[in-house]
Design a protein around this ligand. Structure first.
Ligand SMILES: NC(=O)c1ccc[n+]([C@@H]2O[C@H](COP(=O)([O-])OP(=O)(O)OC[C@H]3O[C@@H](n4cnc5c(N)ncnc54)[C@H](OP(=O)(O)O)[C@@H]3O)[C@@H](O)[C@H]2O)c1
Length: 268
């Protein structure tokens, strides 16, 4: 698990380490689990190929952030390692691979195009995997915004409310969402069943960003009046949503926006 000290990496690590012999990397943060299979890894100065040779994984999960050129290089090395050994790679990608298309939600086999440097990097890594590995060896997992009880997004919203800061909302943005809790079940299933290809792991329904954030504010119930700052990036509705169609997971692994809000509630 590359990036096991991060929000999603740690959620996945905690899900998997009791079932699989799991090793995780950290950079500046911590990994919260009790198996102590932690490895310090710096994307800029360390060689991911050497790390992989030491650990000899049968599945690599990439949940990294960091400087873009180093991320790209590390994924090139990962692909080289996978070519030599036959191991599989699960790559956490993003709905942003479609951020240049705004008129429709996107499905797994739609053409990708991005205007952002983040989305462009995700497309480059996806292309690396698709060009150089047979489909059985990779799972590209495209995620919308991820929420959940301890998510940085919920923490940030809570802080903005408590401090009376303006909360940015995008009234024309139509999106889907998910939680870290649902993602860990989905990835566990993908690994267990050896599923491969492209997966769109967003909620099955769509919602306007502003409405969704308002639902979260009501759910948080902090007795504060929210101050919204409307950000308009287009005159009409703009979609940033990854919907499943060709590679659907079973019903119990699907989620709705309503459940995302509910599951972001406890222990806050
Ligand atoms: N969260 C979302 O809503 C969302 C949505 C779509 C896609 N994604 C994708 O999911 C992946 C994980 O996201 P996240 O939200 O969990 O990110 P995160 O919490 O910021 O975690 C990023 C991980 O990368 C590690 N890292 C950062 N810089 C590094 C470096 N220079 N060298 C080595 N490791 C480094 C971090 O280590 P330390 O913390 O130890 O420094 C951490 O383990 C990312 O690829 C992201 O693009 C996330």
């Amino acid at each position: 698990m590359l990036g096991a000290s991060g929000f999603l990496g740690n959620a996945l690590y905690k899900e998997l380490y009791r079932y699989y012999n799991t090793y995780g990397t950290y950079h500046s943060g911590k990994i919260y689990s009790d198996n102590k299979h932690y490895l310090k890894f710096d994307l800029v100065n360390d060689d991911v190929y050497e790390l992989l040779r030491q650990v000899q994984p049968s599945v690599i999960i990439s949940a990294l952030r960091g400087p873009f050129t180093d991320q790209l290089e590390a994924h090139e090395l990962m692909v080289g390692y996978a070519q030599e050994t036959g191991c599989r790679i699960i790559f956490l990608s993003s709905a942003n691979v479609f951020d240049a298309f705004s008129n429709y939600p996107s499905y797994e086999n739609d053409k990708t195009l991005s205007q952002s440097i983040y989305g462009k990097l995700k497309i480059r890594v996806e292309t690396l995997l698709m060009r150089h590995l047979p489909e059985e060896q990779y799972a590209i997992v495209r995620l919308p915004m991820v929420f959940g009880v301890g998510s940085p997004r919920i923490q940030a919203l809570k802080n903005e409310l408590l401090l009376g800061d303006a909360i940015e909302v995008f009234p024309h943005l139509v999106m889907n969402t998910t939680t870290d809790a649902k993602l860990r079940q989905q990835i566990h299933y993908i690994i267990n069943r050896k599923l491969s290809g492209i997966f769109h792991l967003g909620s099955t329904d769509l919602i306007h960003h502003k409405e969704f954030i308002h639902e979260l504010v009501i759910m948080l119930d902090l007795n504060r009046k929210p101050i919204y700052k409307n950000v308009f990036t287009s005159n009409t509705d703009r979609y940033l949503a990854v919907l499943p169609r060709d590679n659907r997971l079973p019903k119990h692994l699907q989620i709705t926006n309503e459940t995302v809000v509910e599951s972001s509630k406890k222990y806050i």
